[in-house]
Design a protein around this ligand. Structure first.
Ligand code: SF4
Length: 301
């Protein structure tokens, strides 16, 4: 399916009656495609070590004040095999870009889930090498979640997002070429983002061979270069979600937990009414106390 509708700057800034119309159109497109059902995905965080240094993320490697953790395979396997809520149909195993955790914790966990459950298995682990990625696929993971973060190449470099934008998008394409379903995403309301760079996010998303895409509001993380920056407002973020749904009615679009940080009075609930068809439940063991970072991932605090 190709996108036949693209948002304009006016759509992304809509308020009042125009915004209500935009959101209602998105909700209708979601209902027409998926009915009233939403997918329920469990998220487990395996590690908050990260070798990258994104300015917008509390997990960045230069954040020396963050208490780092790697979860244990046995603990997560017990939780997911024997104690998961019955509504869950798939699990997303997520971490900072930490190849050690990917090999020592995630790989055996994917094997266990494949042997012991009929859950779909997604991974969100950053840019790993081809061999480890193939081993994860052979173990039974089918969906790779990897955000392109932002589509403005200059801002991408300025914010030290992972590698370069060209490498990131090439990696997304190579994952799809090797049989993965890939879901991506971008951040709304980043400092330095212009109207044109916001629209670029949609052009890039439409151009990539994706199965889904998320929109995460920028939330300034402590101990990051952007800690004093203004957080993204909820309404423009919801406009992006609605526009994404209208652009691609067939995509899986999650309501990310960070919506509640952008709009504490029901941001997540409003996201669900604005084109999302996936909710997530964080099942990370409680000893890893979590707070949401700017990308919608969660980090230990
Ligand atoms: S956004 Fe991802 S890659 Fe960047 S620092 Fe955070 S966890 Fe690491």
């Amino acid at each position: 399916m190709i996108a036949t509708w693209f948002p304009t700057a006016t759509d992304l800034a809509a308020t009042g009656a125009a915004q209500e119309r935009l959101h209602e159109l998105a909700a209708t497109a979601t209902r027409n495609r998926f009915g009233r059902s939403v997918f329920v995905r469990a998220v487990v965080e395996v590690s908050n070590f990260c070798r990258e240094n994104c300015h917008y993320c509390g997990m960045r490697r230069d954040n020396r004040s963050l208490a780092r953790f790697r979860a244990r395979h046995d603990e997560l396997a017990e939780l997911l095999v024997n104690h998961r809520p019955p509504s869950i149909t798939d699990v997303n195993i997520q971490s900072g870009e930490d190849p050690v955790a990917a090999r020592e914790v995630v790989l055996p966990l994917v094997r266990t889930l494949r042997q012991e459950t009929d859950l779909g298995v997604s991974v969100c682990l950053g840019t790993l090498d081809a061999r480890l990625t193939r081993e994860l696929q052979e173990a039974g993971a089918t969906c790779y979640i990897i955000k392109f973060e932002l589509a403005d190449p200059q801002l991408y470099d300025e914010l030290e997002a992972p590698g370069t934008l060209a490498e990131r998008t090439a990696h997304i394409r190579s994952l799809v070429a090797t049989g993965w379903h890939v879901s991506s995403g971008f951040i709304a309301g980043l400092p330095g983002q212009t109207v044109e760079s916001a629209l670029q996010n949609f052009r890039l998303a439409a151009d990539l061979p994706l199965s889904g895409c998320s929109v995460s509001p920028f939330v300034p993380g402590d101990e990051t270069p952007l800690s004093a920056a203004r957080p993204a407002a909820l309404d423009p973020t919801l406009n992006c979600m609605a526009a994404l749904r209208l652009m691609r009615p067939d995509w899986t679009i999650p309501a990310v937990s960070a919506l509640n940080l952008a709009g504490p009075d029901g941001g997540y609930r409003r996201g669900l009414a604005t084109g999302a068809n996936l909710v997530t439940i964080n099942l990370t063991p409680t000893q890893c106390v979590t707070t949401t970072c700017s990308t919608g991932a969660t980090v230990s605090s």
